[in-house]
Design a protein around this ligand. Structure first.
Ligand code: GLT
Ligand code: MN
Ligand code: MN
Length: 390
């Protein structure tokens, strides 16, 4: 495949958050190492690099203390930059974690005033997102959790969380916004433990909402990796449920703080199976990178980081196509698909007759017990594609 195949273009639907490339490298032990980059410059640079869009929290664009006049000017300048560059804003979200008011959570704070403030701030931010054309609205409940369960009854917290989402679904409907809400699970950090810690928790919670069809998932590689889970499995389950509304791509070593590394930087094999899953499923959502440059970098390193995320995705996409076209691999896969059946995709559906027939069907258990699956060969061939010798 030509070098061109690795060149990001808008049709690939790559997006970044203002907060990702705009990350100034602050951490719990150190001050910022980079100067803020203006939203207008971020728009120009992302367009130049071939991205499709830019996403934002309310405060990434409009400072909390801005007057209405300042807000209007900032939004106007940003919209001008978008129009000039052709960049879109497919997703918006609310910062419900920086303000000390949210130290005990936003929708699940013990303080009823904070729960009201969280709704107020989210509605205003939904208004802003709509002004910019956003269709997906993300809820990352970073502060929704506890350090001690003495603080609140987690059942009560679930009720508050549900009330807030039901309220905001109604708001989106009443305003005619047509948002699709995407919950973003994370097990911990910045809270000791965060509510709705995994994809599975979030999927189950959605079924208890007043408007379950409006609400889906925004899973993130790093978050499931922090929880020690296989991210592709969680994403597959969200796809299967029709709930993959958005995705946060990045990378992470297990057992560490939330690293938000460049996509594919730690576990290229995991990234490969993720890309393969999304591409095989023909998933049409945004490929959003929720990651940031190493703290060692200056602004040049930030753009190297952004270009690297997209290039790695496209390289892995080409590797997935190669895997799907590889004769030996496909022979092995074909043998697996027809293993123990006549080759037609067999599905076991119940009928009384089928159950009776199955109960008395003789099965060659000795053969079943002794035959290997050839996964060593299959995985080695996969590795050879990934390592570039096949
Ligand atoms: C924050 C967090 C991310 C969320 C962002 C959306 S903010 O950077 O670490 O995982 O996706 O609120
Ligand atoms: Mn993260
Ligand atoms: Mn994220």
């Amino acid at each position: 495949m030509s070098e061109n195949a690795y060149t990001p273009r808008p049709e690939h639907h790559f997006t970044f958050g203002l907060w990702t490339v705009g990350n100034v490298g602050r951490d719990p032990f150190g001050e910022p190492v980079r100067s803020p980059i203006s939203p207008v410059r971020i728009v120009e640079k992302l367009a130049e690099l071939g991205a499709y869009g830019v996403n934002l929290h309310d405060e990434d664009l409009v400072p909390r203390e801005a007057t209405p006049q300042e807000r209007d000017r900032i939004v106007r300048e940003f919209r001008d930059a978008l129009a000039k560059s052709g960049l879109k804003v497919p997703m918006a979200t609310t910062n419900l974690f920086t303000d000390p008011a949210f130290r005990d959570g936003a929708f699940t704070s013990n303080d009823a005033r904070v729960r009201r403030y969280a709704l107020q701030k989210t509605m205003r931010s939904m208004d802003l997102g709509k002004e910019l054309g956003a269709e997906v609205y993300v809820f990352w409940g970073g502060r929704e959790g506890t350090e001690t369960n003495a603080a609140k009854d987690p059942r009560e917290a679930m009720k508050w969380f549900r009330d807030a989402l039901d309220f905001l679904c109604e708001y989106s409907i009443a305003q005619g916004y047509g948002y699709r809400f995407a919950l973003e699970p994370k097990p911990n950090e910045p809270r000791g433990d965060i509510y709705l810690p995994t994809i599975g928790h979030a999927l189950a919670f959605i079924t208890t909402l007043a408007h379950p069809a409006m609400v889906g998932l925004n899973p993130e590689v790093a978050h499931d990796t922090m929880a020690g889970l296989d991210f592709a499995h969680g994403v597959a389950q969200a796809l299967d449920a029709g709930k993959l509304f958005h995705i946060d791509l990045n990378d992470q070593k297990p057992g560490r703080y939330d690293q938000d590394f460049r996509f594919g930087a730690v576990d290229p094999k995991g990234a490969f199976f993720l890309v393969k899953l999304l591409e095989d499923a023909k998933w049409n959502g945004m490929r959003h990178f929720d990651a940031h440059a190493y703290r060692t970098e200056d602004e040049r390193g930030v753009w190297d980081f952004a270009a690297g995320c997209m290039r790695t995705y496209l390289i892995l996409k080409e590797k997935a196509a190669r895997w799907n076209a590889d004769r030996e691999i496909q022979q092995l896969v074909g043998a697996l698909r027809s293993r123990g059946s006549d080759g037609r995709a067999e599905r076991l559906t119940f009928s009384k007759e089928r159950a009776e027939q199955l109960k008395s069907q003789p099965l060659d258990l000795a053969a079943i017990r002794s035959e290997g699956y050839a996964y060593e060969r299959l995985d080695q061939l996969t590795m050879e594609i990934l390592l570039g010798v096949r």
